[in-house]
Unconditional design. Structure first.
Length: 263
């Protein structure tokens, strides 16, 4: 179910009745270069990339307006900790000056109506999860380390603990760097593929690579969850933020997000 509000570059996904979910792009905000992928204002949602905090606050408010609810973000550390948010967090994030972070973790879960959850990325995989019948939603940040540690499994465990049925859970795997572009040392590819074989890839240059979105889809499938995959590569798509692209030219970049809420 999608909202009628507008925001440049938003990619809505249908995760069932009573759920709003979408992925943001890099445009439509107030941040200048290098936190903007174009000449227009950038919608950088990350606070740890040297952008001005006041601009990030404006960008986050634009996303909250698009969602129709305040949006909570965590301090992501490439781990597998799941943070549960509820009524107190909805009040805190709806305040005039919301918290900078809901805490340290790489997944968020809530059964609280009217509280958005956000997952920040700039090449890693944003994952949105919902059981519309049990009325519970979650997000997960799945980079290479997160895929290895099973952060998506931990997020699903948190949903199930709150009444979700994997057979009903709907998932969306958002824009991330693809296997054609994510070059890694051969030993690193072998390490990840030994745990999640579906991640094994070869880049367009014929070098070892990792397809993390494919790995996340496979991890969801093991649990009986069918996922919609947004086939957009952050490195190839200039409208999206990419840490690897920015690093290649010696600069920083912003963070886009996956967003979900019960309505």
């Amino acid at each position: 179910m999608s909202d009628t509000r507008t925001l440049a570059g938003v990619h809505p996904v249908d995760l069932g009745d009573g759920v709003h979910a979408f992925f943001t792009a890099g445009t439509g905000g107030v941040s200048p270069a290098p936190w903007s992928p174009s000449d227009g204002g950038g919608l950088n949602l990350g606070l740890n990339v040297s952008d001005d905090a006041a601009r990030v606050a404006v960008n986050r408010s634009l996303v909250a307006e698009r969602l129709g609810a305040p949006v909570a973000f965590a301090t992501q550390v490439h781990g597998d900790v799941v943070l549960e948010l509820g009524p107190a967090e909805r009040v805190a994030w709806a305040a005039h000056r919301p918290p900078a972070s809901a805490g340290e973790g790489d997944a968020l879960v809530t059964a609280e109506r009217g509280l958005g959850l956000g997952v920040l990325v700039a090449d890693c995989v944003p994952v949105l999860l919902a059981d519309p019948e049990a009325r519970v939603v979650a997000v997960a940040h799945a980079g290479r380390k997160g895929v290895l540690t099973g952060v998506v499994h931990r997020a699903l465990d948190a949903l199930v603990a709150r009444g979700a049925d994997p057979a009903r859970v709907r998932a969306a795997v958002g824009p991330a760097v693809c296997g054609r572009c994510y070059e890694v040392p051969g030993a690193m590819r072998d390490e990840v593929a030994a745990v999640v074989p579906e991640t094994r890839a070869t880049t367009s240059e014929g070098t070892p690579g990792l397809d993390l979105p494919a790995g996340v889809v496979a991890q969801l499938a093991v649990r009986g969850v069918a996922a919609t995959r947004v086939e957009r590569c952050t490195l190839e798509d200039a409208s999206l933020f990419s840490h690897r692209r920015a690093s290649g030219v010696g600069t920083t970049t912003g963070r886009q997000a996956g967003i979900i809420a019960l309505i």
